[in-house]
Design a protein around this ligand. Structure first.
Ligand SMILES: NC(=O)C1=CN([C@@H]2O[C@H](COP(=O)(O)OP(=O)(O)OC[C@H]3O[C@@H](n4cnc5c(N)ncnc54)[C@H](OP(=O)(O)O)[C@@H]3O)[C@@H](O)[C@H]2O)C=CC1
Ligand SMILES: O=C(O)C1=N[C@H](C(=O)O)C[C@H](O)C1
Length: 246
């Protein structure tokens, strides 16, 4: 994702890459990463002295909270795609940014199809009391469930305002019923061949509804990242979810 972001920034006249950060970067020479000589390469927070408007983060679940906190504390507007933060961590970062009137966004998914899937799921959630989420990702994904699956479940729960009820007598011998968010079961598949897909299945008396999106190319996320960059410059609070913007 970092490479996709760099390519997108290089293609936009009004955006300029001023620095990159990776604590495991051995070299700090931009030439070693095919970056322009003006780009600073940092591998420690203490070195970061650049005047940047925006911090774009597609890193790893264990680093994203500290990275985002650092950005906010240094008045750099965060555009965060990395998954894996808890609801409490996101709430803490939102308070930090909002108190400073700093624009920012944390988006579980920057793809238009995923954002629409989540919006459609919120509509369906008004009419169906039961739903389950299936998400399919490449085998290298670190976190489960995906950020998108967690956000979808949260958005459904926000509409329904009550826990979904499952069969109390069922006996799950090996965890086959998946994860559970307020009664919404989440099933995570990790297989080579997938990029990122999600299905939200709603069940009612005598009918089901499936809302499905597929990501086949990671360039698809860049349209949403570009929109987010423009939006956070105009805002004075941290927005959680691209669905709040588009
Ligand atoms: N919101 C969205 O639309 C999308 C979100 N994602 C999320 O983005 C994240 C990244 O995904 P992906 O690019 O596939 O993952 P990768 O594992 O390919 O890339 C993660 C990168 O983060 C670097 N890194 C490691 N530690 C840190 C740190 N402390 N600070 C900054 N960078 C660090 C790694 O460096 P090194 O290789 O040197 O270890 C690596 O280059 C995941 O959480 C994924 O779920 C992905 C796609 C879309
Ligand atoms: O790791 C990925 O690939 C993706 N991560 C995000 C998530 O956790 O939802 C977004 C998308 O699903 C791709």
């Amino acid at each position: 994702m970092g490479q996709k972001v760099l390519a997108m920034i290089n293609g936009e006249n009004d955006l300029q890459l001023v620095a990159v950060f990776n604590p495991v970067a051995k070299s700090q020479d931009p030439a070693d990463y095919d970056l322009d000589s003006s780009v600073k390469v940092y591998n420690d927070y203490s070195q970061i002295d650049v005047d940047a408007d925006i911090w774009i983060d597609f890193s790893i679940p264990s680093a994203v909270f500290d990275n985002t906190k650092f950005a906010i504390e240094h008045n750099i507007k965060p555009v965060i795609g990395t998954s894996g933060m808890s609801e409490d961590q996101i709430a803490e970062l939102k308070k930090l940014a909002d108190d400073k009137k700093l624009g920012g966004i944390i988006a579980s998914n920057f793809g238009v199809s995923a954002v629409l899937m989540m919006k459609f799921a919120q509509v369906a959630a008004k009419y169906f009391d039961h739903s389950e989420i299936l998400e399919f990702h490449h085998e290298d994904k670190l976190d489960a469930p995906s950020g998108t699956a967690m956000n979808t479940a949260k958005l459904i729960h926000d509409v329904q305002q009550k826990d979904q009820v499952n069969n109390k007598n069922e006996q799950d011998k090996i965890g086959a019923r998946g994860g559970d968010y307020h009664g919404i079961k989440i099933h995570a598949v990790r297989l080579p061949g997938f990029v990122a897909d999600e299905e939200v299945v709603f069940g009612g008396q005598g009918e089901t509804l499936t809302i499905k999106q597929s990501t086949t190319d990671r360039n698809s996320f860049m349209k949403g990242v570009r929109i987010a960059i423009t939006e956070v410059m105009k805002r004075d609070e941290l927005v959680v979810g691209l669905e709040k913007i588009i």
